[in-house]
Design a protein around this ligand. Sequence first.
Ligand code: BGC
Ligand code: NOJ
Length: 816
Amino acid sequence: MTEQQYGYFDDQHKEYVITSPFTPTPWINYLGNDGFYGLISNTAGGYCFYRDPKFRRLLRYRYNNVPADQGGRYFYLKSADTVWSAAGRPVQTELDHYECRHGLGYSRFIAKKAQIRSELTCFVPLGQTAEVYRLELTNLDAVSRQVSLFSLLEWCLWNAEDDGANFQRNLSTGEVEVDGNVIYHKTEYRERRNHYAFYGVNHPIRGFDTDRDSFLGPYRGFDRPLAVERGQAGNSLAHGWSPVASHHIDLQLQAGQSQTLVFVLGYVELPNDQKWAAPGVINKAPAKDLLTRYDSAQKCQAELDRLQQYWLSQLNKFQIETPDKRFDRSLNIWNQYQNMVTFNLSRSASFYESGIGRGMGFRDSNQDTIGFAHMVPDKVRERILDLSATQKKDGSAYHQYQPLTKKGNANIGGNFNDDPMWMVLSTVNYIKESGDFSILEARVGFDDEPGDFTHFEHLKRAFEHVVNHLGPHGLPLIGRADWNDCLNLNCFSEDPNESYQTTQRGASDVAESLMIAGQFVLYGNEFVALCRHTGRTELAAWAQQQVDNMVEAVNQHGWDGQWFLRAFDARGRKIGSAENDEGKIFIESQGFCVMAGIGLGDGRARQALDAVSERLACEHGIMLQQPAFSGYDKYLGEISSYPPGYKENAGIFCHNNPWIIIGESMLGRGDQAYEYFARISPAFLQEKQRLHKTEPYVYSQMIAGRDAATPGQAKNSWLTGTAAWCFYTASQYLAGIRPDYEGLRIDPCIPARWPGFKAQRTFRQALYEIEVRNPQGLSKGRVELEVDGEAIEGNLIPYARFGGRHRIVATLRTAD
Ligand code: BGC
Ligand code: NOJ
């Protein structure tokens, strides 16, 4: 390990091990799978919530604070006169040993100080609305030691936005109850809330605190609470102000002795008629029930084992073994894990998304399914139908919806014209994965026309929406924005107090997008194939005609000479053209037009990707456009608001790098495709931890580009479409293991130096053990397929014949 590093992969345990509490940014993990989620940093900072991070937040967390990462699950330890934190912070006492192990659905913190070893394991048990903290303390000394332990959580008063803003009210509303070892948080339960939270421990306590100021002492931070310094809790009862939950426990540990305590932070909902046990006294039965589930170290271990089994069974659906360990650990562990988290949370709550702003994005959530459909197809089905229900009858979609209500957000509305076609991608990918055509017949109303429509009808309207919104060149109207939220060609904003995306000046709404054109051809072709597959031949013929027209429009108006244009703006001017001074070439239209197959036959696809390699690719990845915009231009919008090299203004927006990688794989350029993949993939960036800054085990949304002051520095880790797209690309186009309606296709595009690779893939009810052989040193080739020793024509394993466990050998050969 070099001096630059803050941690390393432990593949055997499927953990990332962080070796310093002072990482460049808080390096986080997520707990929970099923509606109850926690964000947890490498020093146990963060918060948890039930379903909605804005409306049901349990813990208070202070974004953008100093020091960073304030609020979390704190355990203060005190022995003799030394005070420290079991997770390395907030107390800044230097530890003799510190280690944070972020694993699959749990985080473990190991600390040693003053001859006391602590091991804190935090997790959300499967299917539960609780975080469990198992804390094992061991006396490493040769003599008996006294240890005082103080837990601390700070309650958020449920609505996270109000909690951080409406102090005139919320400093008066906080309420708690204390009953034995359990502290209950019941703010607003007296009125309209039917939920409370609690924090309990399976050990008698010496005291407690529920009033923050009593525990911390006046004007003190979390780093040196007065109660801990005194060695005595104040038994304070909060009335308004800031309620917290702190237990005080004194332990006497003999030489070498260990003791394990279990803390449970839980969330309870009750029907209105069962809320109270007596006037003013809450019904504690469900909380007690939850507490007894985890009231011993053994019970915790059993739950942790169950969690681990769950994760192994998820990951085992796709496992690969190539000559490159970095590629393997990325695909086998971390990328799939990130896909689950991103699927669950969309862009709502991370250390960069405050959990109060954005709900579930329509385009984001549809794209997230493509990295996840192989894991839990049922959840994908449900998500797609939820999204479908937010669609409007004209085929457009609400840009976002709120997870608690599943209703579209009216304040943002729709008219992001790429949105609808993403649902074709998610649906087609889901059906190919699962074989479940019945989703097409599922009944879903439109947001503005409830009723008995099929989901297929929704896809048709999505397709029609593009057809019905074409501009002067026969190309799709961009609306408020396409995939690039910051290319706001119809907005013209000069007022810093308004939104770039939802404001429109004047009547002009005629800007057109080549990204949507490519997207329409790509997923339009998929729509046609789906129609054919389901016997809708007339519709297929009509749809094919629309797609052909679009190809024609792109050929006629969308080719700039060396690459694809990006857009026509509201004044009919070209965006992403050699004739511009800045923003001459953009990545999105190159990616989408090539993926759609436009220019594959006549060399323009190759030309476009060569231009990408020459003009957009840099050491750290492929930049969004070049040259960067040097100043704000109201005709371009938010893209030009960012300093050069950051975010959409010529940053490396990792999300769209895979589009180019797929394009390269279609050209058969496996070495180039792999090289691009390696530039942005976290498992390949271990040596760059300090520069990169964000967690080295997950993708970040953006890496600063060549024009930035800090090229190579990443931001916005975890919740990004990059995760799904990178897994989809690496598994389906590099490894080339690609689901299709009739079976699994094997069509790899790999570095020519690879002698081959092995993979294990669960596909519907089948399990395929796949070996790819590359005896001629090719990147791509004609695939010779054998199933259980029997030669099969083509590169598809027909599912109807091979639905069980089978051994596949795929040999790459030069086309002869
Ligand atoms: C960001 C985009 C994001 C958008 C969402 C912008 O400020 O730059 O990446 O998609 O906000 O509204
Ligand atoms: C992040 C947003 O979540 C996504 O929807 C958008 O496509 C990209 N930014 C690019 O602007």
